[in-house]
Design a protein around this ligand. Structure first.
Ligand code: ATP
Length: 322
């Protein structure tokens, strides 16, 4: 058995996001196309010979209050990562050890060291992706031999995006996030990703969307104010036919109606990307991260420089799909 192993936890963006209903327990039912990007946290798992779980943090994690003037890829990360039992890494480790390790190896423990590069509370599933990497890491380190399907079933009990983060790549996510269909890889392209220095809570974004829908339903001019839904099926078809323009033409995220209303920075970033030659741009998840899809690296670099020079975002990356 190895004494230590490393795993990468990749960030995701949504290429479309629709809310199609609500379950009785309050969870929103979604239809969305997910894409993992080559922006990743690093996790190192070390076996200990006492039955404890340690989560350590490497690197520079700010308190969310400062604006970093040097907007470079991932050298500052705003927000807070809890290191106690609230951390998803800790929750996953405890679940895996309690259910699958301690019965056979009662003295086993684990130290997990996280190097955070994914922007926090950004709509990029950083916490869920760390959780997914922890399922895989512990499964391998302790030779538990669970299948991805088993890890996904356990994962959804801790977070709706965790099953997708275990799968990775390009996928259609339905239900609350547990019904996944793997899709073909996107045609070659570049992603410019920019997180403005504002925090958005996922819960508030979904709550704001529910409120918006109730207001629309109560208003007299229902037709006029109606929020548009993304053509998720059309986007999936475009992915199957390798039609990048068709994928980008169908970028639409219903949570953007809520988050962009409160934060004009989002439309501003989208405008810079579009004027700089992005095929299209959109907010990811509950925001506030905005991304542009480009077929030219030069155009992505020019938009990157404009965003950095004008201090529109403090975490900016040029990356590719993985
Ligand atoms: P999503 O796209 O799934 O809504 P997000 O990118 O908006 O996620 P996260 O970065 O996952 O948001 O963090 C949301 C909150 O979760 C953080 O403010 C933090 O308190 C908590 N959290 C718990 N574990 C982690 C973790 N390992 N990394 C980051 N945040 C974590």
């Amino acid at each position: 058995m190895e004494k230590s192993i490393s795993k990468k936890a990749y960030a995701k963006v949504n290429l479309s996001l629709d809310i199609v209903g609500r379950r009785e327990d309050g969870y929103h039912l979604v239809r969305m196309v997910m894409q993992s990007l080559d922006i990743a946290d690093d996790l190192v798992f070390e076996r200990l010979d006492t039955p404890k779980i340690e989560v350590l943090l490497n690197g520079n994690v700010g308190d969310g209050s400062e604006m970093n003037s040097e907007a470079t890829s991932g050298d500052k990360n705003l927000g807070r990562v809890p290191l106690d039992e609230d951390n998803l890494i800790y929750k996953v480790a405890r679940l895996m050890l309690e259910q699958h390790v301690w019965k056979r190896q009662p003295d086993a423990g684990v130290r997990i060291t996280l190097t955070k590069n994914i922007p926090i509370a950004a709509g990029m599933a950083g916490g869920s992706s760390d959780a997914a990497a922890t399922f895989r890491g512990i499964n391998e380190l302790f030779e538990v031999s669970l299948l991805d399907k088993d890890l996904m079933d356990m994962g959804v009990t801790l977070g709706a995006d965790i099953p997708y983060c275990i799968m990775g790549g390009t996928a259609l996510s339905e239900g609350i996030g547990e019904e996944l269909t793997r899709l073909p890889e996107l045609p070659d392209c570049y992603f410019l990703v920019a997180k403005p220095p504002i925090s958005v809570s996922t819960g508030e974004a979904y709550g704001g969307y529910d409120k918006l829908i109730s207001e629309i339903e109560a208003s007299e001019d229902k037709g006029k104010k109606k929020v548009k839904s993304p053509d998720v099926d059309g986007q999936v078809d475009a992915i199957y036919s390798g039609d990048l323009q068709g994928v980008a033409d169908r970028f639409l995220n219903v949570l953007e109606y809520v988050t962009a209303e409160n934060h004009p920075e989002i439309k501003e970033l989208e405008r810079i990307m579009l004027e700089g030659g992005a095929i299209n741009s959109m907010m990811s998840g509950s925001g506030p991260t905005v991304f542009g899809m480009y077929d030219s690296l030069e155009a992505a670099e020019a938009s990157y420089r404009k965003i950095v020079d004008e201090k529109k975002a403090n975490q900016v990356f040029i990356t590719k799909a993985v």
